[in-house]
Write a protein that binds this ligand. Sequence first.
Ligand code: PEP
Ligand code: MG
Length: 755
Amino acid sequence: MRNALGGPRLLLRRLREAMAEPISAQARLDKIVVTIAANMVAEVCSVYVLRGDGRLELYATEGLNREAVHLTTMRAGEGLVGLIAESAEPLALDDAQSHPAFSYKPETGEEIYHAFLGVPILRGGATLGVLVVQNRARRIYSEEEVEAAQTTAMLLAEMIASGELQALAQPGDPTALRRAMTLHGATLAEGVGLGHVVLHEPRVVIKQLVAEDPAAETARLEAAIQALRDEIDTLIDRGDRLGAGEHREVLETVRMFANDRGWIRRLREAIATGLTAEAAVERVQSDARAKLQRQTDPYLRDRLHDLDDLAHRLLHQLTGQSFVEAREILPDNAILVARTMGPAALLDYPRAKLRGLVLEHGGATAHVAIVARAIGIPAVGDVANVTDLVEPGDAIIIDGNAGDVQLRPATDVEAAYAEKARLRARRQEQYRALRDAPAMTRDGVDVKLNMNAGLVVDLQHVEETGAASIGLFRTELQFMIAARFPRASEQESLYRRVFEAVGDKPVTFRTLDIGSDKVLPYMVKVEEENPALGWRAIRIGLDRPGLLRMQLRAMLRAGAGRDLRIMFPMVASIGEFEAARAIVVRECAHLARHGYPAPRDLKLGVMVEVPSLLFELDALCRRVDFLSVGSNDLMQYLFAADRDNRRVAHRFDPLSPPALAALGAIAQAGARAGVPVTLCGEMGGKPLDALALAAVGYRSLSMSPASIGPVKAALRAVDLAELRTMLRPLIDDGDDSAPVREKLRAYAEANDIPL
Ligand code: PEP
Ligand code: MG
């Protein structure tokens, strides 16, 4: 249907004028509904806005009873407006009242209208409200009119997103977009951070929504699509990765979409309604998101990410905006929000400005979590839909201990967290004061506290924390954050930097511990039924000795004239250690033949993380120079509970009698043989667990840098002999009157031991 006032483009021009006028938000909205009604020759035009409580509120109307504005509300799902909000699909009816979902609101006086056209107001696929036009006569709205209404809704979405309508919200009823939310996820890195949202992949800011010359916009669109296709083809041909997760498969899917005729047609149609090329991309993408988000099929939902990726790339082509700029203008208290992030990308941000990281995908084993812990920022992962729920600049709080995220928090919530953060900072201050004090118990037992590391950024913490040594250097991290296999010279240069950073303190390097969850993106993935029980760590090292040899050579060269300790992960039998040692011996001989100086002192050890070793500890101690207990893996194998599976990871307690008996047996075997034993799993860094470990015989623990202060404070407050007397019957005699953990906690509380 041709309408009286010159079609959708004129409508958009009028609306743009209304948007620019210096009038109040309500006056602007009122003007907008009048303009739409006139342009579409409709008697009614109404705007409903979705509120934080899930209700749709009438914000403006031309044609319905004005008194109903800000009074009429309905649930999503209730009536035609509610149906549109819920389905996120337009609805055009020639007789609204005969639709089963029609619900009559007497205060609006709408019973006299028959024809009804409603479209969702969408942004990023999320419903923000509903735009409705109605006519008294029964009539059929044309496809063009539906299109025009959708384009108009996009302008309203911008108005809602800008926060302008917030001024019209009733106290206590903010618009859905601005409401406070508590989101839950998985703990990736501990700590509390308050700040503002920064999107890791910023949405492209579209400055111009409305265009005068559709032909020119179509030409811009086609040129951008062509450039995008060329770019993707080049990437695929080069077989390159642009960043984590961006591999061939994703690019192939993006290429498929970029050639999809339906998609291109929808873009052209959106331009024809008067939008700029970039606004058209955003609109089509928003519709696609709304549809795909309502899919239950995980395959289809996954395609959403590919489509997002495509839209994102196209917008960058069209606007020339780059990610780098956003990174450079980071606010001082940035909390990064990302769908996923590679570990190297996080390292690219200036640490001083980061207060936290929130990921939509990625649990505790995500490699970026390791980096977050290393640089000491709180991180929460597995937060469903978070990238859609935030707006850049939103106030946000991250609680890495509880795995919670507070979005747009109320002032009392913010005050409570600010207090929590201050308390933490005060505690850190106290820990720093303990830096040079020994971790000596009240009855004079000295426990060495060492530090776990794996990245260059970790090294500064040796000095800061006063760690006795690097008790575990996870060499695989260098491999995991690299885009390709690190060369021998790169490995050697990292190990040299480690030695330089520690001065005279010893370093224990662990050989490559890959496989299972630790995958290298550039290595062919081996499909296994049970990767945790599969081809990993030393098993790969012994089967592919070239790899192990290259790494050992780098360690030996970097360790010339130094105290070098090397340990092997996931050893399950003495024979495996013997085989690994033979490779070291051969490498030493090789280097000596070529005139390289040897380490001043070379010690070889085994990580105890496979339970089979528990039954040959004495024989093992006769062969090794030291042992290091990998309690993370040891516990998962002892209790047959996958450490990365949240459903089962908490089904056992490392402070239960069997766990403590096993851990105690290792410490005692070491003590009998005069072989030093360290424990380098996560439990060593928890004050309560550290007390129990000291009680069963551990005199050396290695932990993340942030744990050294709290563990030291706890150890310095305990009388170990007394604690041992309290614990021994619980472990030895299986006294199960109460869990060990509870008794230990009660003991700590009664004795003023800080935990
Ligand atoms: C362990 O298993 O406890 C350990 C320290 O090694 P990782 O956590 O790197 O497997
Ligand atoms: Mg391990």
